[in-house]
Write a protein that binds this ligand. Structure first.
Ligand code: MSP
Length: 473
Protein backbone atom coordinates (compact mmCIF):
# COMPACT_ATOMS: atom_id res chain seq x y z
CA UNK A 1 0.00 0.00 0.00
CA UNK A 2 1.33 3.42 -0.93
CA UNK A 3 2.32 5.46 2.11
CA UNK A 4 1.75 9.14 2.59
CA UNK A 5 3.28 11.22 5.38
CA UNK A 6 1.87 14.73 5.69
CA UNK A 7 2.85 17.28 8.32
CA UNK A 8 1.82 20.67 9.66
CA UNK A 9 4.30 22.85 11.50
CA UNK A 10 4.18 22.37 15.24
CA UNK A 11 2.66 25.51 16.69
CA UNK A 12 4.18 27.68 19.40
CA UNK A 13 2.53 27.09 22.72
CA UNK A 14 2.81 30.76 23.62
CA UNK A 15 -0.82 31.64 23.11
CA UNK A 16 -4.19 30.25 22.12
CA UNK A 17 -4.69 29.16 18.52
CA UNK A 18 -6.00 31.56 15.90
CA UNK A 19 -7.42 31.19 12.42
CA UNK A 20 -3.96 31.06 10.83
CA UNK A 21 -3.12 27.86 12.72
CA UNK A 22 -6.52 26.44 11.88
CA UNK A 23 -5.91 27.19 8.20
CA UNK A 24 -2.79 25.04 7.84
CA UNK A 25 -4.25 22.25 9.94
CA UNK A 26 -7.58 22.13 8.11
CA UNK A 27 -5.81 22.09 4.78
CA UNK A 28 -3.58 19.23 5.89
CA UNK A 29 -6.61 17.38 7.20
CA UNK A 30 -8.40 17.71 3.86
CA UNK A 31 -5.37 16.34 2.04
CA UNK A 32 -4.91 13.52 4.54
CA UNK A 33 -8.56 12.52 4.15
CA UNK A 34 -8.22 12.69 0.38
CA UNK A 35 -5.12 10.46 0.44
CA UNK A 36 -6.92 7.92 2.66
CA UNK A 37 -9.88 7.89 0.28
CA UNK A 38 -7.47 7.06 -2.55
CA UNK A 39 -6.37 4.00 -0.62
CA UNK A 40 -3.07 5.35 0.72
CA UNK A 41 -1.74 4.49 4.14
CA UNK A 42 -1.55 7.92 5.74
CA UNK A 43 0.32 9.36 8.66
CA UNK A 44 -0.79 12.91 9.38
CA UNK A 45 1.17 14.70 12.08
CA UNK A 46 0.76 17.94 13.96
CA UNK A 47 1.71 19.13 17.41
CA UNK A 48 3.14 21.78 19.64
CA UNK A 49 6.45 23.63 19.79
CA UNK A 50 6.79 24.20 23.50
CA UNK A 51 10.30 25.40 24.26
CA UNK A 52 12.28 28.60 23.82
CA UNK A 53 12.64 32.19 24.93
CA UNK A 54 9.26 33.34 23.70
CA UNK A 55 7.35 30.77 25.73
CA UNK A 56 9.58 31.14 28.76
CA UNK A 57 8.87 34.88 28.75
CA UNK A 58 5.12 34.48 28.32
CA UNK A 59 4.86 31.88 31.11
CA UNK A 60 6.88 34.23 33.33
CA UNK A 61 4.52 37.13 32.59
CA UNK A 62 1.59 35.00 33.65
CA UNK A 63 3.45 33.85 36.75
CA UNK A 64 3.23 30.22 35.67
CA UNK A 65 5.64 27.36 35.59
CA UNK A 66 6.46 26.90 31.86
CA UNK A 67 5.44 23.24 31.81
CA UNK A 68 2.07 24.03 33.35
CA UNK A 69 1.68 26.91 30.92
CA UNK A 70 2.33 24.80 27.82
CA UNK A 71 0.15 21.98 29.18
CA UNK A 72 -2.77 24.39 29.24
CA UNK A 73 -2.16 25.85 25.78
CA UNK A 74 -1.59 22.43 24.23
CA UNK A 75 -4.89 21.25 25.64
CA UNK A 76 -6.64 24.22 24.01
CA UNK A 77 -5.07 23.36 20.64
CA UNK A 78 -6.02 19.70 20.99
CA UNK A 79 -9.60 20.59 21.85
CA UNK A 80 -9.79 22.87 18.86
CA UNK A 81 -8.56 20.11 16.55
CA UNK A 82 -11.18 17.80 18.00
CA UNK A 83 -13.91 20.39 17.45
CA UNK A 84 -12.68 20.95 13.90
CA UNK A 85 -12.72 17.23 13.10
CA UNK A 86 -9.00 17.03 12.49
CA UNK A 87 -8.04 13.43 11.78
CA UNK A 88 -4.38 13.50 12.80
CA UNK A 89 -2.51 10.26 13.41
CA UNK A 90 0.23 11.72 15.57
CA UNK A 91 0.31 14.67 17.93
CA UNK A 92 3.75 15.53 19.18
CA UNK A 93 4.70 17.90 21.99
CA UNK A 94 8.33 18.89 22.25
CA UNK A 95 8.09 18.60 26.04
CA UNK A 96 7.23 14.88 25.68
CA UNK A 97 9.91 12.79 27.38
CA UNK A 98 10.32 10.56 24.32
CA UNK A 99 10.90 13.59 22.12
CA UNK A 100 13.43 15.14 24.51
CA UNK A 101 15.37 11.90 24.82
CA UNK A 102 15.49 11.43 21.05
CA UNK A 103 16.71 15.01 20.54
CA UNK A 104 19.46 14.52 23.10
CA UNK A 105 20.66 11.31 21.56
CA UNK A 106 20.59 12.77 18.03
CA UNK A 107 22.61 15.77 19.22
CA UNK A 108 25.13 13.52 20.87
CA UNK A 109 25.59 11.67 17.59
CA UNK A 110 25.99 14.91 15.68
CA UNK A 111 28.52 16.20 18.19
CA UNK A 112 30.53 13.01 18.04
CA UNK A 113 30.56 13.18 14.26
CA UNK A 114 31.85 16.74 14.38
CA UNK A 115 28.72 18.19 12.74
CA UNK A 116 28.30 20.33 15.85
CA UNK A 117 31.21 22.36 17.23
CA UNK A 118 31.80 25.15 19.71
CA UNK A 119 32.32 28.65 18.36
CA UNK A 120 31.39 32.25 18.54
CA UNK A 121 28.24 33.47 16.93
CA UNK A 122 27.09 36.95 16.08
CA UNK A 123 23.79 37.71 14.47
CA UNK A 124 20.52 39.65 14.48
CA UNK A 125 17.99 37.74 16.49
CA UNK A 126 14.22 38.27 16.37
CA UNK A 127 12.62 36.63 19.37
CA UNK A 128 9.19 36.85 17.67
CA UNK A 129 10.45 34.51 14.92
CA UNK A 130 12.95 32.79 17.21
CA UNK A 131 15.27 33.17 14.25
CA UNK A 132 18.47 34.89 13.24
CA UNK A 133 17.68 37.23 10.38
CA UNK A 134 19.86 38.68 7.67
CA UNK A 135 19.90 42.42 7.02
CA UNK A 136 18.12 42.13 3.65
CA UNK A 137 15.09 40.63 5.38
CA UNK A 138 14.51 43.71 7.52
CA UNK A 139 12.33 46.60 6.54
CA UNK A 140 13.34 49.91 8.15
CA UNK A 141 15.66 47.90 10.34
CA UNK A 142 12.74 45.93 11.74
CA UNK A 143 11.50 42.36 11.39
CA UNK A 144 8.65 42.72 8.89
CA UNK A 145 6.48 40.14 10.65
CA UNK A 146 6.93 41.35 14.19
CA UNK A 147 7.56 45.07 13.61
CA UNK A 148 10.45 45.25 16.03
CA UNK A 149 14.18 45.61 15.76
CA UNK A 150 16.10 42.37 16.20
CA UNK A 151 18.70 42.26 18.98
CA UNK A 152 22.37 41.85 18.16
CA UNK A 153 23.46 38.63 19.78
CA UNK A 154 27.11 37.78 20.29
CA UNK A 155 27.53 34.57 22.15
CA UNK A 156 29.76 31.63 22.70
CA UNK A 157 27.56 28.93 21.25
CA UNK A 158 27.50 25.58 19.58
CA UNK A 159 27.16 25.68 15.83
CA UNK A 160 25.87 23.29 13.24
CA UNK A 161 27.86 22.94 10.06
CA UNK A 162 25.75 24.14 7.17
CA UNK A 163 28.12 25.75 4.69
CA UNK A 164 29.12 22.49 3.04
CA UNK A 165 25.51 21.78 1.95
CA UNK A 166 24.79 24.98 0.04
CA UNK A 167 25.60 23.77 -3.44
CA UNK A 168 23.96 20.40 -3.14
CA UNK A 169 20.86 21.90 -1.62
CA UNK A 170 20.57 24.35 -4.48
CA UNK A 171 20.78 21.47 -6.95
CA UNK A 172 18.14 19.45 -5.16
CA UNK A 173 15.76 22.38 -5.01
CA UNK A 174 16.38 23.28 -8.64
CA UNK A 175 15.70 19.74 -9.84
CA UNK A 176 12.61 19.40 -7.61
CA UNK A 177 14.15 16.49 -5.77
CA UNK A 178 13.23 18.73 -2.85
CA UNK A 179 10.18 20.31 -4.37
CA UNK A 180 9.03 23.72 -3.20
CA UNK A 181 5.50 24.67 -4.19
CA UNK A 182 4.55 27.18 -5.54
CA UNK A 183 7.26 28.04 -8.05
CA UNK A 184 7.48 31.65 -6.84
CA UNK A 185 8.56 30.42 -3.41
CA UNK A 186 11.01 27.99 -4.95
CA UNK A 187 12.60 30.87 -6.87
CA UNK A 188 12.68 33.00 -3.76
CA UNK A 189 14.69 30.33 -1.93
CA UNK A 190 16.97 29.77 -4.90
CA UNK A 191 17.78 33.44 -5.13
CA UNK A 192 18.36 33.54 -1.37
CA UNK A 193 20.80 30.65 -1.71
CA UNK A 194 22.57 32.37 -4.59
CA UNK A 195 22.98 35.63 -2.69
CA UNK A 196 23.81 34.29 0.74
CA UNK A 197 26.07 31.33 1.06
CA UNK A 198 24.77 29.00 3.72
CA UNK A 199 26.43 29.77 7.01
CA UNK A 200 26.91 27.56 10.02
CA UNK A 201 24.18 28.35 12.48
CA UNK A 202 24.05 28.62 16.20
CA UNK A 203 22.11 25.72 17.68
CA UNK A 204 22.29 26.56 21.35
CA UNK A 205 21.67 29.46 23.71
CA UNK A 206 23.40 29.89 27.05
CA UNK A 207 21.26 28.45 29.80
CA UNK A 208 21.23 31.73 31.74
CA UNK A 209 19.52 33.40 28.76
CA UNK A 210 17.16 30.59 27.77
CA UNK A 211 16.59 27.88 30.31
CA UNK A 212 13.25 26.54 29.06
CA UNK A 213 14.37 23.91 26.64
CA UNK A 214 16.40 20.77 26.23
CA UNK A 215 19.91 20.98 27.71
CA UNK A 216 22.67 19.97 25.29
CA UNK A 217 23.68 16.45 26.31
CA UNK A 218 27.38 17.27 26.01
CA UNK A 219 27.22 20.68 27.73
CA UNK A 220 24.36 21.20 30.15
CA UNK A 221 25.09 24.94 30.38
CA UNK A 222 23.51 25.34 26.98
CA UNK A 223 19.94 24.93 25.83
CA UNK A 224 19.12 23.50 22.39
CA UNK A 225 18.00 26.12 19.88
CA UNK A 226 14.23 25.86 19.66
CA UNK A 227 14.13 25.35 15.88
CA UNK A 228 16.46 22.37 16.00
CA UNK A 229 14.35 20.88 18.74
CA UNK A 230 11.24 21.63 16.67
CA UNK A 231 12.43 20.17 13.36
CA UNK A 232 13.10 16.83 14.97
CA UNK A 233 9.38 16.57 15.76
CA UNK A 234 8.88 15.36 12.19
CA UNK A 235 10.90 12.30 13.19
CA UNK A 236 10.00 11.80 16.82
CA UNK A 237 6.30 11.85 15.99
CA UNK A 238 6.99 8.59 14.12
CA UNK A 239 8.63 7.04 17.17
CA UNK A 240 12.22 7.76 16.10
CA UNK A 241 14.65 7.55 19.02
CA UNK A 242 17.46 9.73 17.70
CA UNK A 243 19.66 6.82 16.64
CA UNK A 244 20.36 5.40 13.21
CA UNK A 245 17.65 3.95 11.03
CA UNK A 246 14.86 5.53 9.05
CA UNK A 247 11.49 5.41 10.81
CA UNK A 248 8.46 4.03 9.02
CA UNK A 249 6.73 6.67 6.85
CA UNK A 250 9.82 8.88 6.67
CA UNK A 251 10.55 11.08 4.66
CA UNK A 252 7.50 13.35 4.56
CA UNK A 253 5.63 13.44 1.27
CA UNK A 254 4.10 16.82 1.93
CA UNK A 255 5.02 19.43 4.52
CA UNK A 256 2.60 22.32 4.77
CA UNK A 257 3.65 25.66 6.15
CA UNK A 258 3.15 29.40 5.94
CA UNK A 259 5.66 31.48 4.01
CA UNK A 260 7.08 32.80 7.31
CA UNK A 261 8.89 29.55 7.99
CA UNK A 262 9.90 28.38 4.54
CA UNK A 263 13.47 29.62 4.69
CA UNK A 264 14.34 27.62 7.80
CA UNK A 265 12.56 24.57 6.39
CA UNK A 266 14.47 24.85 3.14
CA UNK A 267 17.89 25.32 4.75
CA UNK A 268 18.33 24.18 8.36
CA UNK A 269 15.96 21.21 8.11
CA UNK A 270 17.59 19.61 5.05
CA UNK A 271 21.08 20.23 6.45
CA UNK A 272 20.08 18.56 9.67
CA UNK A 273 18.73 15.56 7.79
CA UNK A 274 21.87 15.32 5.68
CA UNK A 275 23.98 15.21 8.84
CA UNK A 276 21.72 12.54 10.28
CA UNK A 277 22.01 10.49 7.09
CA UNK A 278 18.25 10.69 6.50
CA UNK A 279 16.35 11.39 3.27
CA UNK A 280 14.95 14.84 2.53
CA UNK A 281 11.23 15.64 2.44
CA UNK A 282 9.69 15.34 -1.00
CA UNK A 283 7.73 18.55 -1.02
CA UNK A 284 7.42 21.75 0.98
CA UNK A 285 4.08 23.32 0.26
CA UNK A 286 3.94 26.98 1.16
CA UNK A 287 0.82 29.04 1.64
CA UNK A 288 0.31 32.73 2.16
CA UNK A 289 -0.93 34.42 5.27
CA UNK A 290 -4.40 35.21 6.42
CA UNK A 291 -4.49 38.91 7.01
CA UNK A 292 -6.74 40.98 9.15
CA UNK A 293 -6.85 44.68 8.39
CA UNK A 294 -4.04 44.16 5.87
CA UNK A 295 -1.56 42.68 8.38
CA UNK A 296 -0.66 39.05 9.10
CA UNK A 297 -3.21 37.75 11.56
CA UNK A 298 -1.28 36.98 14.68
CA UNK A 299 -1.70 36.90 18.41
CA UNK A 300 1.42 38.99 18.78
CA UNK A 301 -0.11 41.74 16.66
CA UNK A 302 -3.48 41.48 18.41
CA UNK A 303 -5.63 41.23 15.26
CA UNK A 304 -6.54 37.56 15.46
CA UNK A 305 -10.02 36.03 15.15
CA UNK A 306 -10.34 33.14 17.62
CA UNK A 307 -11.54 30.02 15.81
CA UNK A 308 -13.67 29.05 18.82
CA UNK A 309 -15.85 32.10 18.24
CA UNK A 310 -16.71 31.07 14.65
CA UNK A 311 -17.00 27.41 15.59
CA UNK A 312 -19.52 28.14 18.32
CA UNK A 313 -21.69 30.18 16.03
CA UNK A 314 -21.40 28.35 12.71
CA UNK A 315 -20.01 24.86 13.39
CA UNK A 316 -16.90 23.01 12.24
CA UNK A 317 -17.86 22.42 8.62
CA UNK A 318 -18.60 26.10 8.01
CA UNK A 319 -15.15 27.08 9.23
CA UNK A 320 -13.52 24.24 7.30
CA UNK A 321 -15.35 25.37 4.18
CA UNK A 322 -14.32 28.98 4.51
CA UNK A 323 -10.68 28.13 5.04
CA UNK A 324 -10.57 25.57 2.25
CA UNK A 325 -12.37 27.57 -0.39
CA UNK A 326 -12.07 31.24 0.36
CA UNK A 327 -8.41 31.44 1.22
CA UNK A 328 -6.19 31.27 -1.84
CA UNK A 329 -3.72 28.39 -1.82
CA UNK A 330 -0.71 30.63 -2.23
CA UNK A 331 -1.57 34.31 -1.86
CA UNK A 332 -2.24 36.34 1.24
CA UNK A 333 -5.91 37.02 1.85
CA UNK A 334 -7.88 39.20 4.23
CA UNK A 335 -10.53 37.66 6.44
CA UNK A 336 -13.31 39.44 8.30
CA UNK A 337 -16.24 38.29 10.40
CA UNK A 338 -18.64 40.01 7.99
CA UNK A 339 -17.12 38.22 4.98
CA UNK A 340 -17.40 34.92 6.78
CA UNK A 341 -21.09 35.44 7.48
CA UNK A 342 -21.81 36.34 3.86
CA UNK A 343 -20.03 33.26 2.56
CA UNK A 344 -21.83 31.08 5.07
CA UNK A 345 -25.21 32.35 3.97
CA UNK A 346 -24.57 32.33 0.24
CA UNK A 347 -22.64 29.10 -0.24
CA UNK A 348 -23.71 26.88 2.63
CA UNK A 349 -27.10 27.78 4.10
CA UNK A 350 -28.67 29.04 0.85
CA UNK A 351 -26.39 27.12 -1.51
CA UNK A 352 -25.60 23.55 -0.58
CA UNK A 353 -28.16 23.43 2.26
CA UNK A 354 -31.10 24.55 0.11
CA UNK A 355 -30.14 22.40 -2.85
CA UNK A 356 -29.95 19.28 -0.70
CA UNK A 357 -33.27 20.04 0.96
CA UNK A 358 -35.01 20.67 -2.38
CA UNK A 359 -33.69 17.55 -4.06
CA UNK A 360 -34.31 15.25 -1.12
CA UNK A 361 -37.80 16.61 -0.50
CA UNK A 362 -38.82 15.86 -4.07
CA UNK A 363 -37.07 12.52 -4.02
CA UNK A 364 -38.80 11.51 -0.78
CA UNK A 365 -42.18 12.38 -2.28
CA UNK A 366 -41.74 10.89 -5.74
CA UNK A 367 -40.06 7.64 -4.80
CA UNK A 368 -41.93 6.95 -1.55
CA UNK A 369 -39.57 4.46 0.04
CA UNK A 370 -38.36 2.97 -3.26
CA UNK A 371 -34.60 2.53 -3.56
CA UNK A 372 -33.04 4.92 -6.07
CA UNK A 373 -30.31 3.47 -8.24
CA UNK A 374 -27.30 5.70 -8.27
CA UNK A 375 -24.61 5.49 -10.87
CA UNK A 376 -21.18 5.64 -9.29
CA UNK A 377 -19.27 7.75 -11.75
CA UNK A 378 -15.58 8.57 -11.60
CA UNK A 379 -14.88 11.87 -9.89
CA UNK A 380 -14.31 14.74 -12.32
CA UNK A 381 -10.78 14.81 -13.58
CA UNK A 382 -10.13 18.44 -12.71
CA UNK A 383 -11.26 17.81 -9.12
CA UNK A 384 -8.83 14.89 -8.83
CA UNK A 385 -6.05 16.89 -10.39
CA UNK A 386 -6.50 19.81 -8.02
CA UNK A 387 -6.66 17.54 -4.98
CA UNK A 388 -3.53 15.70 -6.11
CA UNK A 389 -1.81 19.07 -6.49
CA UNK A 390 -3.02 20.11 -3.04
CA UNK A 391 -4.99 23.05 -4.47
CA UNK A 392 -7.96 22.50 -2.26
CA UNK A 393 -9.65 25.81 -3.03
CA UNK A 394 -9.74 25.02 -6.74
CA UNK A 395 -10.99 21.50 -6.07
CA UNK A 396 -13.78 23.03 -3.97
CA UNK A 397 -14.60 25.34 -6.89
CA UNK A 398 -15.31 22.24 -8.98
CA UNK A 399 -17.73 20.98 -6.32
CA UNK A 400 -19.56 24.29 -6.23
CA UNK A 401 -19.72 24.36 -10.02
CA UNK A 402 -21.55 21.05 -9.83
CA UNK A 403 -23.83 22.44 -7.13
CA UNK A 404 -24.66 25.39 -9.43
CA UNK A 405 -25.23 23.01 -12.32
CA UNK A 406 -27.69 20.94 -10.28
CA UNK A 407 -29.49 24.11 -9.23
CA UNK A 408 -29.93 25.24 -12.79
CA UNK A 409 -31.00 21.74 -13.83
CA UNK A 410 -33.90 22.01 -11.39
CA UNK A 411 -34.85 25.39 -12.82
CA UNK A 412 -34.63 24.16 -16.38
CA UNK A 413 -36.48 20.87 -15.97
CA UNK A 414 -38.98 21.90 -13.23
CA UNK A 415 -39.60 18.37 -11.88
CA UNK A 416 -42.11 19.81 -9.35
CA UNK A 417 -44.33 20.74 -12.35
CA UNK A 418 -43.56 17.65 -14.43
CA UNK A 419 -44.63 15.35 -11.59
CA UNK A 420 -48.24 16.53 -11.91
CA UNK A 421 -48.42 15.24 -15.51
CA UNK A 422 -45.81 12.51 -15.74
CA UNK A 423 -44.55 10.94 -12.53
CA UNK A 424 -42.08 8.60 -14.27
CA UNK A 425 -40.44 11.48 -16.08
CA UNK A 426 -40.13 13.43 -12.84
CA UNK A 427 -38.50 10.39 -11.26
CA UNK A 428 -35.96 10.27 -14.08
CA UNK A 429 -35.06 13.92 -13.45
CA UNK A 430 -34.73 13.19 -9.75
CA UNK A 431 -32.46 10.25 -10.42
CA UNK A 432 -30.11 12.57 -12.23
CA UNK A 433 -30.28 15.12 -9.40
CA UNK A 434 -29.81 12.59 -6.61
CA UNK A 435 -26.86 11.02 -8.45
CA UNK A 436 -25.32 14.46 -8.79
CA UNK A 437 -25.91 15.18 -5.13
CA UNK A 438 -24.31 11.89 -4.22
CA UNK A 439 -21.25 12.87 -6.22
CA UNK A 440 -21.21 16.21 -4.43
CA UNK A 441 -21.20 14.31 -1.13
CA UNK A 442 -18.26 12.12 -2.17
CA UNK A 443 -16.25 15.14 -3.29
CA UNK A 444 -17.19 17.06 -0.16
CA UNK A 445 -16.16 14.30 2.22
CA UNK A 446 -12.56 15.48 2.74
CA UNK A 447 -13.74 19.07 3.17
CA UNK A 448 -16.96 18.83 5.16
CA UNK A 449 -16.94 15.33 6.64
CA UNK A 450 -20.02 15.79 8.82
CA UNK A 451 -22.16 17.42 6.14
CA UNK A 452 -21.08 14.90 3.51
CA UNK A 453 -22.06 12.10 5.90
CA UNK A 454 -25.50 13.63 6.46
CA UNK A 455 -26.11 13.98 2.73
CA UNK A 456 -25.05 10.40 2.03
CA UNK A 457 -27.27 9.14 4.83
CA UNK A 458 -30.21 11.13 3.50
CA UNK A 459 -29.70 9.67 0.03
CA UNK A 460 -29.40 6.13 1.35
CA UNK A 461 -32.58 6.47 3.41
CA UNK A 462 -34.25 8.58 0.70
CA UNK A 463 -35.42 11.21 3.09
CA UNK A 464 -34.89 14.85 3.88
CA UNK A 465 -31.82 15.33 6.05
CA UNK A 466 -32.02 17.27 9.27
CA UNK A 467 -30.98 20.84 8.64
CA UNK A 468 -27.40 20.84 7.33
CA UNK A 469 -26.49 24.31 8.47
CA UNK A 470 -28.01 25.98 11.48
CA UNK A 471 -26.38 29.01 12.88
CA UNK A 472 -26.45 29.67 16.61
CA UNK A 473 -26.39 33.42 17.09
N1 MSP B 1 6.85 26.68 15.96
C1 MSP B 1 7.14 27.18 14.66
C2 MSP B 1 7.12 26.08 13.63
C3 MSP B 1 8.02 24.92 13.88
S1 MSP B 1 7.81 23.63 12.72
C4 MSP B 1 9.18 22.69 12.87
C5 MSP B 1 6.13 28.23 14.31
N2 MSP B 1 4.98 28.21 14.98
S2 MSP B 1 3.75 29.21 14.78
O1 MSP B 1 2.83 28.96 15.87
O2 MSP B 1 4.21 30.55 14.63
O3 MSP B 1 3.02 28.70 13.52
C6 MSP B 1 3.46 29.02 12.27
C7 MSP B 1 2.54 28.43 11.24
O4 MSP B 1 1.16 28.64 11.56
C8 MSP B 1 2.71 29.12 9.91
O5 MSP B 1 3.81 28.63 9.19
C9 MSP B 1 1.41 28.79 9.26
O6 MSP B 1 1.43 27.46 8.86
C10 MSP B 1 0.44 28.98 10.42
N3 MSP B 1 0.04 30.38 10.56
C11 MSP B 1 0.22 31.19 11.63
N4 MSP B 1 -0.30 32.41 11.35
C12 MSP B 1 -0.80 32.42 10.11
C13 MSP B 1 -1.58 33.31 9.35
N5 MSP B 1 -1.89 34.52 9.77
N6 MSP B 1 -2.03 32.86 8.15
C14 MSP B 1 -1.83 31.58 7.69
N7 MSP B 1 -1.12 30.73 8.41
C15 MSP B 1 -0.43 31.16 9.52
O7 MSP B 1 6.41 29.02 13.44
Amino acid sequence: MEKFFITTPIYYANDNPHIGHAYTTVKADILARWARSRGKKVFFSTGMDEHGAKIQKKAGEEGKDPQKFVDEISAVFQNLWKDLDISYDGFIRTSDETHKNAVRSALNNLYEKGAIYKGKYEGLYCSGCEQFLVKSQLSDGKCPDHQKEPEIVTEENYLLKMSEFGEELEKKIKSDELKITPRTRKNEILSFLEKHKLEDISISRPKEKVSWGIPLPFDENHTVYVWLDAFLNYLTVLGWDGGGGVPDFFPPDLQLMGKDILRVHATIWPALLAHLGLPLPKELYVHGHILSGGRKMSKTLGNAIPPSELLGEYGADALRYYLARKISSFEDGDMTREGFKNVYNADLANGLGNLTARIMKMSEQYFEGEKIEIKNEELPEDYRKFMDNSEVNRAADVVWDLIAELDSHIQKTEPFKVVKEDREKAKEILKYLVSGLSRVAVMLAPFLPETAGKITEAIEGNKMPESLFSRKE
